[in-house]
Ligand binder design. Structure first.
Ligand code: ADQ
Length: 483
C-alpha cells in the first residue's frame, strides 16, 4: 500500500535520556497536530533530525534511540555538530531566514554554509530514498530543505512530491541576490506541488522562476520541459478546537486548580479592575518587531499619559537561535529597552512592562491569552503568525482586540483585526488606544467573523487540502505525460 512520508528539519518528538533509558515523547506543536492524521493514517512515516547530534549520542544508546524513533513511526537523519553549524545555524538561519524576511543586511553569503546545506539535504535525501517506493507521496517542509524535492525526483521520478514553505517567499529583486539562486529554484521545482501561505508569496516565486530560469509560468502552473509544476496558496490554520476547549476549561477552573500565573493574573485584575493587559508573545527574533513594539508602547505612554497605571504590557519572548550573533544583540537591545521604560514610567504600585524571557508550558500560554484584553502582534515580516490566530480562538466570550501587523501572512485572513504598519510607532500607539477603548459590542462582532473563519479553515483542513491537491495534480500530470 502506498504511504505518505513527511519530511521536516526536526522530528515531531522530544528525545531524552534518563538513567540510561531513552524516551521519546511526541511533541505538541502546530505542525505535528496538523499532520497527525496524515502521519498516522496511510502507513505514514516522518523523517527528520531527532534533536541530538551524532556527538551527543553514546554508541550504547544508538539502537534504543532508533527503536524509540521507529515506534513513533519516524526515521531519524543523523546530523553532526558541524552539519548543524553550517546547514542550520549557517545557511538556513544566517542566509535564507534573513533574506526571505527582507533583512538583506543580515544575510551572509558563505560558500561553507552553502556546501553544508547541500551535504545535509543529500543526507535527508538518502534517508528518504531508503524508505520511499514508487507510488508513495512525500511532503517536504520548509526552507531548510529546499534542495530535497529535486534530489528525490532525480532518483525516484515515480513518487509524488509536495513542498510547503512556512516563511515568506521574497520578491524577485531580493531573491536574485543569492549566489545559488538557480540551484535553489531547481531543487524546489522537483516537487509536483509547491504551497505557500499567501498568494503574494506564490506570485513572487513564479516571477523568480520565470525570470531566473526562463520557464513559462502562467496563472499557477510552471511548464518544465517534461512536467508541469503547480503552485498554490494554503494559509495554515490552527487546532481551533484545542485552543477554545482549553480556554473554556480555564474559565471554569476552581481556584485550587489554577496555575500560579493564572492566580497572579486574576489577583492583578481584582486589585486594579480598570487596568488592562496587553499581550505580546513571540520567539525572540528580529523579524517579529519586538523592539519596535516596545518603542511604540513607550510612545503610547508619552502620548496618552492618562493611561499611566491603567495598562500593562505582558511580554513573553521565547529564546531562539541564541548562538546567532543578531539574536544575541537583539536580546541585549530588548533587555535595555524594557529596563529603560520600566525605569522611566514605573510608579511604586505599577510596572509598565512584565517581561519573561523563557519558554512556558502550554497551560501558561492559555492563561496569558485568556487574561489579556489586547494582543499586540507587530512583526516586521512573518510568513503567517499563528499566535494571532491562537489569541482569537481562545476568546470564548468574544471580547478582546487583536492588533496585527499588515506584514504578517495572517493579516490576509484577519481583516477585522486592527491592522497596522509595524514601522509606524505613532500608528501602533493610536491602535493601542483604540483597542483599549473599543466598545465590547464592536470587539465581539470582529471576533465572531474571525472565529468562524479560523474554525472552518483549521490546521487539519489545511493539511488535507494540501494532500488532496497533491493527489489531483499528480493525476493531471500523468494524464499530460501519457497523452
Ligand atoms: P514561528 O516563527 O515560530 O513559525 P508562529 O507562527 O507565531 O511563529 O508560531 C509560534 C508557535 O509557537 C505558536 O503555535 C505558539 O503557540 C507557540 N509558542 C509560542 N510561545 C510558546 C511558549 N512559550 N511555549 C509553547 N509554545 C509556544 C514559523 C513562521 C510563521 C508561521 C509558522 C507556521 O515564521 O510565520 O506562521 O512557522 O507555518
Amino acid at each position: 500500500m502506498p504511504k505518505t512520508i513527511i519530511v521536516s528539519n526536526r522530528l515531531p518528538l522530544q528525545l531524552s535520556i534518563e538513567n540510561d533509558q531513552v524516551h521519546a515523547e511526541p511533541s505538541v506543536g502546530g505542525l505535528a497536530t496538523g499532520l497527525k492524521s496524515v502521519h498516522r493514517d496511510s502507513n505514514g512515516l516522518w523523517i527528520g533530525w531527532t534533536g541530538l547530534t551524532a556527538e551527543e549520542i553514546d554508541v550504547q544508546h544508538e539502537d534504543a534511540i532508533k527503536k524509540e524513533v521507529q515506534d513513533q513511526q519516524c526515521a531519524g537523519v543523523r546530523l553532526t555538530e558541524s552539519d548543524m553549524e553550517g546547514y542550520y545555524y549557517g545557511f538556513s538561519n544566517r542566509t535564507i531566514w534573513p533574506l526571505f524576511h527582507y533583512f538583506m543586511e543580515y544575510a551572509e553569503f558563505e560558500d561553507d554554509f552553502w556546501e553544508s546545506y547541500k551535504t545535509v539535504n543529500e543526507k535527508f535525501a538518502k534517508v528518504v530514498l531508503e524508505n520511499a517506493e514508487d507510488g508513495d507521496t512525500i511532503w517536504v517542509h520548509d526552507y531548510q530543505l529546499m534542495l530535497l524535492p529535486g534530489l528525490i525526483r532525480a532518483q525516484r521520478p515515480e513518487v509524488s512530491i509536495g513542498f510547503f514553505l512556512h516563511i515568506p517567499f521574497p520578491s524577485y529583486e531580493v531573491f536574485r541576490t543569492i549566489p545559488w539562486r538557480e540551484e535553489i529554484l531547481k531543487g524546489l521545482l522537483g516537487a509536483d506541488l509547491l504551497g505557500f501561505h499567501t498568494y503574494d508569496y506564490e506570485r513572487h516565486f513564479l516571477s523568480s522562476v520565470s525570470r531566473i530560469l526562463g520557464f513559462p509560468a502562467s496563472f499557477n502552473s510552471i511548464s518544465l520541459t517534461d512536467r508541469v509544476v503547480t503552485v498554490d496558496s494554503f494559509p495554515m490554520g490552527i487546532d481551533y478546537e484545542k485552543f477554545s476547549a482549553f480556554a473554556k476549561a480555564n474559565h471554569e477552573q476552581t481556584d485550587t486548580a489554577q496555575s500560579e500565573l493564572q492566580r497572579r493574573l486574576q489577583h492583578h485584575q481584582e486589585e486594579t479592575p480598570d487596568a488592562k493587559l496587553i499581550l505580546s508573545i513571540d520567539r525572540l527574533d528580529y523579524t517579529k518587531g519586538i523592539a519596535n513594539r516596545i518603542r511604540a508602547y513607550e510612545h503610547f505612554l508619552e502620548k496618552y499619559p492618562q493611561y499611566s497605571e491603567k495598562v500593562r504590557l505582558i511580554m513573553l519572548a521565547v529564546p531562539s537561535r541564541s548562538n546567532v550573533p543578531q539574536y544575541q544583540l537583539l536580546k541585549k537591545e530588548i533587555d535595555e529597552l524594557v529596563g529603560r521604560i520600566n525605569g522611566r514610567f514605573a510608579t511604586v504600585s505599577w510596572t509598565p512592562i512584565w517581561y519573561f524571557y523563557r519558554s512556558m508550558p502550554f497551560q501558561n500560554l492559555i492563561d496569558l491569552y485568556t487574561s489579556s484584553d489586547v494582543a499586540l502582534i507587530t512583526p516586521i515580516r512573518d510568513g503567517m503568525n499563528l499566535v494571532a490566530k491562537e489569541y482569537v480562538a481562545t476568546r470564548t466570550d468574544r471580547t478582546g482586540v487583536l492588533i496585527l501587523s499588515e506584514m504578517a501572512g495572517a493579516a490576509k485572513e484577519m481583516n477585522e483585526a486592527l491592522l497596522i504598519n509595524p514601522n509606524s510607532l505613532d500608528l501602533i500607539a493610536d491602535a493601542i488606544k483604540k483597542a483599549l477603548e473599543m466598545p465590547e459590542r464592536d470587539q465581539k462582532k470582529r471576533n465572531k467573523y474571525m472565529q468562524s473563519r479560523l474554525k472552518r479553515y483549521n490546521v487539519e483542513k489545511w493539511a488535507t487540502d494540501f494532500m488532496n491537491r497533491l493527489q489531483a495534480v499528480r493525476v493531471d500530470d500523468e494524464y499530460v505525460r501519457t497523452k
